[in-house]
Design a protein around this ligand. Structure first.
Ligand SMILES: *Cc1c(COP(=O)(O)O)cnc(C)c1O
Length: 497
């Protein structure tokens, strides 16, 4: 399988796409075609464990990796000592026609682990395949979840290091604690005196600073990215859509071949894009429902065909979806443009220079044949958490609840009551204060810290608190470095000194 830039650039192998992360023309790497999974092959997945399902899907894209290489990587990534459920991505029935695909059983309690547990293995293999002898140094700017997932993924992986910048006052106390207590001899965590945009802009500048790059190269290091636009983060996500379908067939929730709707809480459009890839490969999908919080730029896009960032940015109770520029949408635009990279390049230029672009009514209608979209605000989200718990005894985190509410609205609006899977992206204990407020009212969480909220939530719901949350309280803080936003290069070099 070859990969091209979504803006038309030249062809690379899978391992080159993973190592480079982003194409030289600024586009994202897209596969030359979507490999087909036949109904017979799909049927076989039902009898396989998650690791084997992953190998079957990954090998279709990672053609310059050998089967044993892929098998070793998935076995190491999705192992019992890293995931607290042996099914890895268990499917749970919520009501007569609704299931929850739980993607939060990994070490950091959010779905980013599904990709970031595997990416380090793919990265080191890619380095080896391309004759790269230097240490692969991952740099990440995080608003919370990605940083910890990247640290856990790359921790003590030989030949790599992982440095994470987080905004000093811009992450939750649990998220901060998760990062600064990270173990491992190759991890660095640095607080930036600024907001997430400052950290993100600073990291982007490091990737293009000749002075910084040569200083790193002189130390025997080469820079790489664990950002969600890396194809190595996208392909592991395709797997769990096939896995969910295989489980649904196995438990008799659907008959083989019957279409299923997926509703996905969306920020950077990586998770739902993987569902679209699965659909193109032959997975029987009805509608892909894109769920947003109050930052509903994507809801408007699917409605009007116009993507516009001229809007207010809101901080919500589902912070991992607080985003105005959904990077991975570019890969869908490439398909909407009939794979015309020049056209995608024009739209992206308009987005950068004018803050908006329009794909036109015809392309919008094509997109709406595949996608539906909706959003829920914070009040609706908390209400949905309460309702789901009372009606179905199912406890959801805030991000998942956004999706659940959007599905409820979709069913009421369209009368499409086909079987649907809600993609559950985080443990309720990662956002315990808001989840507690949803279950027991906003006053229940008042004046309690995150640990107290978690204890109360466990007491009220009987849903066990994950061991990671309990452990967090007693773990020693290992990372105390901080820097000004103008001094990030020096901070990295200092961390390696
Ligand atoms: C990252 C994240 C999302 C959004 O996923 P995208 O791939 O960026 O659309 C949703 N929920 C949680 C908990 C996340 O961490």
């Amino acid at each position: 399988m070859s990969f091209f830039s979504s803006r038309g650039g030249s062809c690379v192998t899978a391992s080159q796409a993973i190592l480079r992360g982003i194409a030289p023309d600024g586009g994202l790497y897209v596969p030359a075609m979507f490999p087909a999974v036949s109904p017979a092959k799909l049927a076989k997945l039902s009898g396989m464990p998650y690791t084997q399902r992953a190998t079957e899907i990954l090998k279709l894209y990672l053609e310059d990796f050998s089967i044993p290489e892929i098998e070793n990587a998935v076995n190491a990534a999705y192992s019992a000592d890293r995931f607290d459920d042996e099914r890895i991505a268990p499917l749970k029935k919520i009501d007569g026609s609704t299931w929850s695909l739980e993607l939060f059983h990994g070490p950091t309690l959010a779905f980013k682990d599904m990709a970031l547990q595997l990416l380090p293995h793919l990265t080191t293999l890619s380095a080896r395949k391309n004759g790269e002898q230097r240490e692969v140094s991952i740099l990440v700017a995080t608003s919370g979840d990605t940083g910890k997932a990247a640290l856990e993924g790359f921790r003590d992986v030989p030949g790599t290091s992982c440095t994470v910048f987080y905004p000093m006052d811009g992450v939750s106390s649990v998220q901060k604690l998760q990062m600064v207590t990270t173990g491992g001899s190759n991890t660095h965590v640095i607080a930036v005196n600024g907001n997430f945009d400052d950290a993100q802009t600073g990291v982007k500048e490091l990737f293009t600073s000749d002075e910084f790059i040569s200083a790193m190269n002189d130390g025997g290091r080469v820079l790489s990215s664990a950002n969600s636009i890396n194809f190595g983060r996208l392909v592991p996500q395709v797997v769990y859509y096939f896995s969910a379908y295989a489980d649904l067939v196995a438990e008799g929730g659907i008959v083989a071949g019957e279409p299923v709707n997926f509703v996905v809480p969306t920020g950077n459009f990586g998770d739902i894009l993987a569902a679209y890839y699965a659909r193109e490969m032959g997975l029987p999908v009805g509608k892909l429902i894109c769920a947003s919080n109050r930052n509903n730029v994507l809801t408007d896009f699917f409605e009007t065909g116009i993507y516009s960032t001229h809007r207010t940015f809101f901080k919500t109770s589902s912070p991992s979806m607080d985003i105005l520029i959904s990077s991975n949408l570019e890969r869908l635009l490439f398909e909407a443009a009939d794979r015309n990279g020049d056209l995608v390049g024009v739209w992206m230029k308009q987005l950068k220079e004018c803050g908006s672009y329009s794909v036109g009514d015809q392309r919008r209608d094509w997109l709406r044949g595949i996608f539906d979209a909706g959003f829920a605000d914070d009040r609706e989200t908390l209400q949905e958490i309460g309702e789901r718990f009372r009606q179905d005894h199912y406890l959801m985190d805030t991000h998942t609840a956004v999706a659940s509410k959007v599905l409820r609205d979709y069913r009421a609006r369209t009368a499409d009551t086909s079987p649907a899977v809600i993609v559950s992206t985080a443990s309720p204990y990662k956002f315990a204060a808001d989840v507690l407020a949803g279950v027991a009212g906003t006053r229940a969480a008042e004046a309690l810290d995150a640990f107290a909220c978690s204890e109360k939530l466990e007491e009220l719901t009987g849903v066990p608190m994950p061991a990671q949350v309990k452990a967090l309280r007693d773990l020693p803080v290992r990372h105390t470095a901080s820097c000004e936003k103008t001094d990030m290069a020096a901070a990295v070099l200092n961390a390696f000194a």
